[in-house]
Ligand binder design. Structure first.
Ligand code: SAM
Length: 264
């Protein structure tokens, strides 16, 4: 079978890297796992070696799904879904406290991450996300305020997840070889002391509005959204002459809270 570019099929072939990734999961006999895009089962095989309680697999590619189904037909604790992870409803995992692994298809990796962050019920259905991204996407996720890569993705990701960078992975470790290197990150939900929102989508919306024009001052975006509300300006000590990347993360979290109140 020829790997499909449209589904981001770059399979990890380096055994040492596979082992290192799975070690991070600290898998015990009572661990329940979900793997997004198991592909040919490279990572899955190593996960199985750790004898977890249950493994859910979501693979969009029909052919790969069939191959996996066949390969794991005798494993009673493996549950396969031939579905699109972007549309998958993870509510069914709520009692499982999942460890999620994903060597994510690069074209939807940030969309998937946003989906797992912007959920109403918190703490969420997972205990930990162990995810591989293209290095440049990972750099944007972990970017600190003031750095070149700081932006929407850093603001969303750091809202209520503790993020850790583990290591970079050379493009030579994959088949077919992608154009860029990858990075492994883990995410653990922060359970309290974050800026609460009833509707997390508001954070996505507010950052989209403010970052729609990165080089422009935020005054237009602010006035359009908040009708020039002087109280918000003074509450947040906002300088409307700044550019979107010059506002700290917590300002965006507070703006999202104000935006939410406005909508009600
Ligand atoms: N886990 C394997 C590995 O490490 O070798 C494969 C990783 S490959 C980068 C991404 C996998 O995700 C492919 O198997 C691809 O078919 C699958 N995939 C792509 N889009 C998907 C989607 N929307 N939902 C679920 N799986 C998807």
């Amino acid at each position: 079978m020829y790997p499909k570019k449209s589904l981001g099929q770059n399979f990890l072939k380096d055994k040492n890297i596979i082992k290192k990734i799975v070690e991070i999961g600290n898998i015990k006999s009572n661990t329940v796992l979900l793997e997004i895009g198991p592909g040919t089962g490279n990572l899955t095989n190593e996960i199985i070696n750790k004898n977890p309680k249950k493994i859910y697999l979501i693979e969009k590619d029909k052919n790969l799904y069939q191959e996996l189904k066949d390969k794991f037909r005798n494993d009673k604790n493996i549950f396969l879904f031939n579905e699109d992870a972007l549309k998958f409803d993870e509510k069914k995992f709520e009692n499982d406290q999942i460890i999620l692994f994903g060597n994510l298809p690069y074209n939807i990796s940030s969309q998937l991450l946003a989906k797992w962050i912007l959920i109403k019920k918190w703490p969420p259905w997972y205990n930990k996300l162990i995810l591989m991204f293209q290095k440049e996407v990972a750099d944007r996720i972990i970017a600190k305020f003031g750095s070149r890569d700081y932006g929407r993705l850093s603001i969303l990701s750091n809202w209520r997840l503790d993020i850790k960078k583990h290591f970079d992975i050379s493009k030579d470790c994959f088949f077919p070889k992608p154009k860029v290197d990858s990075t492994l990150l883990t995410f653990v939900p922060i359970k309290k002391d974050y800026f609460q929102l009833n509707d997390p989508k508001k954070l996505e919306q507010i950052t989209r509005i403010f970052f729609s024009n990165k080089r422009k001052m935020i005054n237009k975006a602010f006035n359009r959204t908040f009708q020039n509300d002087k109280k918000i300006i003074s509450d947040l000590n906002l300088n409307l002459n700044l550019r979107p990347a010059n506002l700290k993360m917590e300002i965006y979290y507070k703006l999202a809270q104000k935006y939410e109140k406005l909508a009600n």
